[in-house]
Design a protein around this ligand. Structure first.
Ligand SMILES: Cc1ncc(COP(=O)(O)O)c(C=O)c1O
Length: 394
């Protein structure tokens, strides 16, 4: 290949502002470029590589499954698929799983299921509410659920019957909910929306209204799930039970895999033929997923994520106290942390890259830290050293 950057531009549709970096290898929390330079990966493929890069057990599980077969069809049972579903069910509120390939597809499944559930109660119980500033994916269902105009404006009309409520605004929820509402979709920490946490008060009202109006609470755990917030699923940290959660990102250990987990009362809403996917629940991705889940469920793993998070947040607060004009706010929990840095975001990202740290920006002004959950204290210190040296320069 003559020049990968030129050929990338020549052959691939321009939908991402790609960085000027040719990464050729990853191990643990680090990536290396084609010049042999090492980078600390502080965004893990946007919350995908929760166990870091090059995990040996994931590779072994993938290879073992590849030796058997890499694809059958959802018309046949498959051991790794059943094993992963069992792990998800046994460690959540859920009782059954539907597998797909991505986050947006998991939300599509949930949207369809919610409408079929609603119609089983009354024909016009099909309305859906989601938050403004939310992000739920790029296909038409996911896009329509998303509460940010910038993603949607060029692609209207959206799927009908989806309205938005102000973030954490109980009164707005009360005003907009009705007997026609079949579901409320929400992220418990808005990821693309700038790392904003839902309040306990909002959840309390949501749960009460859901009982009164018989709508489903559908939690999009695509970014927050699988240990990211320090709990296996973010809803567990808030102490309530949703009706459905949607998962993807970290689920397949770096391979494409999504899932919708439903509670017992919804087990029979979908009947054969109602929904499906050729590749959904690919056996190789599920074999990797079994390793991911098993690791997250090890006794000390998530406790250690919480301890490392407290350390990182504590040190970031000290930096905010030293540089209050740059770090305007710190939000998030576990290993999903947002630093509001206003117009400094791009400059910090660029300087970090030059100093060997990969950072991600969301909402234009927020540095979104999504390191592998396996990041060590030494690696956290490395990030803090680089970050504070950049703050000093600014
Ligand atoms: C909360 C949330 N929902 C849905 C999606 C869409 O997932 P995917 O890109 O796998 O379709 C994302 C992706 O960033 C997300 O963060």
């Amino acid at each position: 290949m003559e020049n990968i950057f030129l050929e990338d531009k020549r052959y691939i549709l321009n939908t991402y502002r790609r960085m000027d970096l040719n990464l050729v290898k990853g191990q643990g929390s680090f990536l290396w470029d084609d010049q042999g330079r090492r980078y600390l990966d502080m965004f893990s493929g946007i919350a995908v590589n929760n166990l870091g890069h090059g995990n040996k057990e994931i590779k072994e599980a993938i290879n073992e499954q590849l030796e058997k077969y890499n694809h059958l069809s959802n018309f046949f049972v498959s051991e790794s698929v059943v094993n992963l579903a069992k792990l998800l069910v046994e460690n959540s509120f859920g009782s059954k799983v539907f597998f797909c390939n991505s986050g947006t597809e998991a939300n599509e499944a949930a949207l369809k299921l919610a409408r079929k559930y609603g119609k089983s109660i009354r024909e016009d119980k099909t309305e859906v509410l989601t938050f403004y500033n939310s992000f739920h994916g790029r296909t038409y269902g996911g896009l329509s659920l998303t509460g940010q105009e910038k993603y949607k404006q060029s692609f209207q009309p959206s799927v009908p019957g989806i309205n938005h409520i102000k973030f954490n605004d109980c009164q707005d929820l009360k005003n907009k909910v009705s007997d026609k509402t079949c579901a409320v979709f929400l992220e418990l920490v808005q990821g693309e929306g700038g790392i904003k946490e839902v309040s306990n008060e909002f959840i309390r009202d949501l749960v009460n209204l859901s009982k009164e109006y018989k709508f489903l609470i559908i939690v999009d755990e695509i970014q927050t799930g699988l240990g990211r917030t320090g709990d296996l699923f973010a809803y567990q940290g808030l102490g309530f039970t949703p009706h459905i959660i949607t998962l993807a990102k970290a689920l397949g250990g770096g391979l494409p895999l999504g899932a919708m987990v439903v509670g017992q009362e919804l087990e029979n809403v979908f009947q054969p033929g109602d929904h499906g996917s050729t590749f959904g629940g690919n056996p190789v991705a599920c074999a990797a997923g079994v390793v991911v889940l098993s690791k997250l469920l090890e006794k000390e793993f998530l406790k250690e994520v919480k301890r490392k998070s407290s350390y990182l947040l504590g040190e970031l607060i000290k930096l905010r106290d030293r540089f209050p004009q740059i770090i305007l706010d710190i939000r998030g929990k576990g290993m999903i942390i947002g630093l509001e840095v206003g117009d400094y975001a791009d400059k910090i990202k660029q300087r970090a890259l030059e100093k060997g740290v990969l950072l991600n920006i969301t909402s234009g002004t927020v540095l979104r830290l999504l390191p592998p959950l396996t990041i060590t204290y030494e690696e956290i210190d490395l990030f803090l050293r680089v970050f504070s040296s950049i703050l000093e320069e600014l």
